[in-house]
Write a protein that binds this ligand. Structure first.
Ligand code: CP3
Length: 358
C-alpha cells in the first residue's frame, strides 16, 4: 500500500512538474540552466527554406498548421528546452488595420505609415486581438504537439519597437522618422503607444489562454533612445504590459541596447530580463542586485566560430551568470547563415553543463 502510494505520488510529481524553463521562471533552483534561442524558428534552417519556397511569409504565419510545423522544426533538430511560436511582431499593426508586406531580402514594408492624427484614430483597437485568432490556434495546436517537458513561449513586440515600424513604414538603422515624430508630436506619439499597448495586453492574454506557458516582449529598437527618452517612450508601456500579464503567466522583457536602464527594467517586476552582449554577466547581476532572472547574452555572430570555442565560451558564460536564476540564450536573434551544427553545439553545451561540472 505504502509502496503503491509512493509510486503514485512519484508519477503524479512527474506529470505535475512544470518544464525546466517554467520552473526557473517560478524561482526554482535547478541542476542546469534552461536553453532556447531567440529567432530559433526559421531563417537558418534548411527545413524552413523548403516551406519558404512553397508559401509566402504571411501564409506561413497565418496558417496555424504551418506556423505549428515551423515552431516544431527547431525542437526536432536542435532540441532546446522551449519552443517560441512562429509569428512576427508586425501582425499587431496588421490586425490594427495597416498593410504590412514582407519582401525577400528587404524585410518589412508598411506602404501607408502613420503620419497624422487621423491615421491614429482610424486604427482598429477593439477588434485587433480577435483578428489574431490564427496565432491562438497555432499556439493551441503546438501546445498539443509539444512534449510536456518543454515550454511554449508566446511573444509580441514592445510598443516602442512596433511604433517604430508603424511610423517609419520599413526597417531602418536609425528610425529617424519615428524618433522625429516623438519630438514633434509628443502627445500623438503617446496616444499611439497607448493604443499599441492596449492591443498588446489583449493579444498576450489571449496567447496565454490559448496555450502559451510564458511570454516575451521584444524591444529590439529600445537602444535608439537615450535614457530619458527610453524612460518616457518605452518603459512605461512595457510596465503596463508586465502589470497586466504577470498575474497570468511569467513575462520576459528583452530590451536591446539599454544597459543604461537595466536597473529601471528590474523595477518593472518582470519575471526575467533578456540582455545583450554589451554588458558582462557580473555587471548585469550587480546592477540588477542579484534580484532577477537574467536571460542571454551570447553574441549570435560568435556561433560562426569553431565549436571548441563555442563550448568554452558557453561554459564560461554559465559560470559567470551562475547556473541559477539564469536562462541560456543569445543577446539577439540567430543570424540567417548560422551553421545548424553550431546551434546544436550551443544547446548541447548548456544541457551538458551539470555533468561537466560534476
Ligand atoms: O523567434 C522565432 O523564431 C519566432 C519567430 C519570429 C519571427 N520574427 C519570424 C520571422 C520572431 C520572434 C520575430 C520577431 C521580430 N520580427 C522582431 C523582434 C526580434 C528581433 O530579431 O529583433 C522584429 C524586429 C521583427 C520584424 C521583422 N520580421 C524583420 C525586421 C524581418 C526581416 C528580417 C529578418 O529576417 O528578421 C522580419 C521577417 C521575419 N520574421 C523572418 C522570420 C523567420 C524572415 C523572413 C522569412 O523567413 O521570410
Amino acid at each position: 500500500m505504502n509502496q503503491k502510494y509512493k509510486l503514485a505520488s512519484f508519477f503524479l510529481y512527474k506529470i505535475m512538474t512544470p518544464p525546466l524553463l517554467l520552473r526557473v521562471l517560478q524561482g526554482e533552483l535547478v541542476d542546469r540552466p534552461p536553453v532556447w534561442l531567440m529567432r530559433q524558428a526559421g531563417r537558418y534552417l534548411p527545413e524552413y527554406q523548403v516551406l519558404k519556397q512553397k508559401y509566402d511569409f504571411f501564409t506561413r504565419v497565418q496558417t496555424p498548421a504551418l506556423a505549428c510545423a515551423i515552431t516544431m522544426q527547431p525542437i526536432k533538430i536542435i532540441h532546446p528546452d522551449a519552443a517560441i511560436i512562429f509569428s512576427d511582431i508586425l501582425v499587431v499593426p496588421q490586425a490594427m488595420g495597416m498593410v504590412v508586406e514582407m519582401h525577400e531580402g528587404k524585410g518589412p514594408l508598411l506602404p501607408n505609415p502613420i503620419t497624422s492624427v487621423k491615421d491614429i484614430n482610424q486604427l482598429n483597437t477593439t477588434e485587433a486581438s480577435i483578428k489574431l485568432s490564427y496565432v491562438y490556434e497555432a499556439l493551441t495546436l503546438t501546445r498539443k504537439e509539444l512534449d510536456k517537458n518543454l515550454t511554449l513561449i508566446g511573444f509580441a513586440g514592445a510598443p516602442w519597437t512596433v511604433f517604430c515600424y508603424m511610423i517609419e513604414g520599413k526597417g531602418s538603422k536609425t528610425f529617424d522618422r519615428a524618433k522625429s515624430f516623438c519630438y514633434q508630436e509628443r502627445d500623438r506619439a503617446h496616444q499611439l503607444l497607448q493604443k499599441i499597448t492596449q492591443v498588446t495586453i489583449e493579444y498576450l492574454t489571449a496567447q496565454i489562454k490559448a496555450g502559451a506557458d510564458c511570454v516575451q516582449l521584444f524591444d529590439s529598437w529600445a537602444g535608439l533612445l537615450d535614457k530619458k527618452d527610453f524612460l518616457e517612450f518605452s518603459l512605461p508601456y512595457m510596465n503596463q504590459i508586465v502589470t497586466a500579464i504577470k498575474p497570468f503567466a511569467p513575462i520576459i522583457l528583452f530590451a536591446k541596447g539599454v544597459i543604461h536602464s537595466l536597473s529601471e527594467l528590474c523595477d518593472t517586476k518582470a519575471t526575467a530580463l533578456g540582455i545583450d552582449w554589451t554588458i558582462t554577466p557580473q555587471q548585469a547581476r550587480n546592477i540588477t542586485r542579484h534580484n532577477i532572472i537574467l536571460q542571454g547574452n551570447y553574441d549570435p555572430a560568435k556561433l560562426f566560430q569553431d565549436q571548441k570555442n563555442i563550448q568554452q565560451d558557453i561554459k564560461t558564460m554559465i559560470q559567470e551568470f551562475g547556473k541559477d536564476r539564469y536562462i541560456a540564450n543569445l543577446g539577439h536573434g540567430l543570424l540567417p547563415q548560422t551553421p545548424v551544427d553550431n546551434v546544436r553545439c550551443f544547446v548541447d553545451t548548456v544541457k551538458n553543463f551539470g555533468s561537466m561540472t560534476k
